[in-house]
Write a protein that binds this ligand. Structure first.
Ligand code: DON
Length: 578
């Protein structure tokens, strides 16, 4: 038995200690030229430093990404992966997939015991904790590729702030010390315990956290980025993983490659939407949700009204149902993207929504318009709930924009620190379906499209997204939160487009989420009790949580061109601009 559904879902919210939302910004940060938003002020500042010294949005994003690997070890990373969406001021887009890949020795049943049961988190062979949970990291390749292809500055220059932060240290916030202290598994790995828990003498708020091994690793990468995949560092990393019982070899590292993919494109009420393609389900699900909702007048129903939330949730339910059936790594499974984001398909789904009554997830029937499609999976493929990730957004003075979502999967990933190298490895292998045909801990059923396979990328929900108005950049969006990433991006986008909220209001607004199964709406506790009653009266089951996600978003004022940055008050981030 894996972690229990409620516990797992609760963990998603425990990563950040509840702190008073009244401390949250109520208005966006205004910047005339350029802005960076991220979960850590020092990482945002690293990006702005690049912009101020002649760099573009990519230089800033790469600097912020490396800095997050130092100041936000919960999710910022060298040992994980992610997705980067770039839109240049001239309108050209690039989507960089640096998602982790399964090592060559990975097998479909590698996380099952002799009886065919999924290995528990406590096993040292699980998909969640320890060396075997790690996929081949893509972050270094992704950031370096982005910098070389699209940046203006040198690798040394964009890595300099991260190196300094690792070497000289930075003061830890209360929430960071709590995240470290409360983690259930970091102490199990001597190198992680020594570095992150100071061997049990836990860091206190305000204490300076220095990471000399990580500083050394970053310095080596700045001089020779290739060493991570093809040089001495690759050999050291592979040796450390081998010693710990993991599967990733020097050959796996050498075989890793970044993919440029075509982003998903949709439209919503005259706005253009650009988002993440498979192996993320994020963009497809987002566009499907928006297509379904386009036929309803949400603005008329009212922001935060039970009637509007009901319709949004019904769209979420349907998109997640499709996501479970069809999504996986497009290099290995045929994903019917065009059909899923077809407006006619959404029209048919919309017909099945009763504005007064909740649908029942288990009784959903896919509209017949889809029936002629060749199905990728006869079983349901879906995604386990993870616990931490981070998103950051950049717009530079010329109007180039970057949205990056990156992750180790859970908070602190597999909790394993690569010996001598000072960085944590991901547990992204848990984003695969560990077992097919059997409901996972969340009541969801696993299927072939997302089965484990050598060289395959696990399905993701990450959704770095941009929205254009009259062909001009309007929104840059993204968040962590596993499956709630998709609905958080939808919540913020709809709040801005349908309800006219400013970007900070949209990021702050109470969130709600539905993922088909379990058949319940997750709502943040600030949603009005009256609204909750309306939803219950329509037949919805509600699960109330304090908060989740971390929207780090930007809006461009269509009239003035000002960059309006919103960092999420649920956490400690900051929008920094000039
Ligand atoms: O790729 C994914 O969808 C997950 N590994 C993301 C994990 C996540 O967002 C957890 N955040 N709270």
């Amino acid at each position: 038995m894996r972690i229990k559904p409620n516990l797992a879902i609760l963990c998603t919210f425990c990563v950040f200690l509840p702190h008073d939302l009244s401390a949250a910004p109520l208005r966006p940060t205004h910047a005339t030229h350029a802005i960076v938003t991220s979960v850590h002020e020092l990482a945002s500042r690293a990006g702005v430093e690049m912009l101020r010294s002649g760099g573009n949005a990519i230089d800033a994003a790469v600097a912020t990404g490396f800095a997050l690997a130092v100041v936000h070890p919960q999710a910022g990373n060298l040992g994980g992966g992610g997705f980067l969406l770039l839109r240049n001021a001239d309108g050209k887009t690039h989507f960089i997939d640096f998602r982790e890949k399964a090592p060559a020795a990975a097998t479909e049943n590698m996380y099952l015991d002799a009886q065919g049961n999924v290995l528990p988190e406590s096993s040292n062979e699980s998909s969640i904790v320890g060396y075997r949970a790690a996929g081949v990291p893509g972050t270094v390749a992704g950031l370096v590729y982005a910098e070389k292809q699209y940046g203006k500055l040198s690798i040394e220059k964009v890595m300099a702030p991260a190196i300094k932060l690792a070497r000289d240290g930075f003061p830890l916030a209360y929430e960071d010390t709590q995240d470290l202290r409360r983690d259930k598994h970091l102490a199990e790995f001597p190198e992680s315990k020594r570095i992150f828990l100071r061997a049990g003498n836990y860091y206190q708020p305000g204490e300076v956290f220095k990471q000399p091994e990580l500083a050394r690793t970053l310095e080596r990468l700045a001089k020779d980025p290739d060493t991570f995949y093809h040089g001495a560092m690759a050999r050291e990393l592979a040796a450390a993983i081998h010693k710990g019982g993991g599967l990733i070899t020097a050959e796996d590292l050498a075989a890793y490659e970044v993919q440029e993919r075509e982003p998903i494109r949709g439209s919503y009420r005259g706005y253009d939407v650009i988002s993440a393609p498979p192996p993320s389900s994020g963009g497809v699900a987002l566009v499907e949700i928006l297509n379904i909702l386009e036929g309803f007048d949400l603005a008329k129903l009212g922001n935060g009204s039970g009637d509007a939330i009901h319709l949004e949730v019904e769209a979420f339910r349907r998109a997640f149902y499709d996501r479970a059936d069809f999504m996986g790594d497009p290099d290995f499974a045929k994903v019917p993207v065009a059909q899923l984001i077809d407006k006619k398909y959404a029209d048919a789904w919309r017909e099945s929504i009763d504005s007064n009554r909740a649908s029942i997830s288990k009784e959903l029937k896919r509209p017949s318009i889809f029936s002629e499609l060749e199905r990728v999976a006869s079983l349901k493929a879906t995604i386990p709930e993870p616990e931490n990730t981070t998103h950051y957004s950049v717009v530079d003075a010329e109007g180039n924009a970057v949205a990056v979502t990156t992750t180790l999967n859970e908070s602190f990933g597999s909790r394993v620190t690569a010996e001598g190298l000072g960085f944590l490895l991901n547990d992204e292998m848990d984003d695969f379906a560990a077992k097919q045909g059997v409901p996972n801990a969340f009541g969801l059923i696993q299927g072939p499209a997302n089965a484990i396979g050598p060289g395959k990328r696990p399905l993701s929900a990450m959704a770095p997204t941009m929205v254009l108005k009259d062909g001009k950049l309007f929104l840059v969006l993204g968040s962590p939160g596993g499956p709630t990433i998709i609905t958080t991006v939808a919540n913020v986008l709809i709040d801005a487009v349908d309800f006219g909220l400013d970007i900070q209001e949209a990021v702050n607004a109470p969130r709600f989420h539905h993922q088909w199964l379990p058949d319940q709406i997750l709502v943040e506790d600030r949603l009005s009790p009256d609204t909750m009653d309306v939803l219950r009266s329509k037949g919805h089951k509600l699960s109330v949580r304090h908060f989740w996600g971390d929207g780090e978003c930007i809006m461009i004022d269509p009239k003035t061109g000002e960059r309006l940055g919103a960092s999420d008050g649920r956490n400690n981030g900051k929008a920094v601009g000039y």
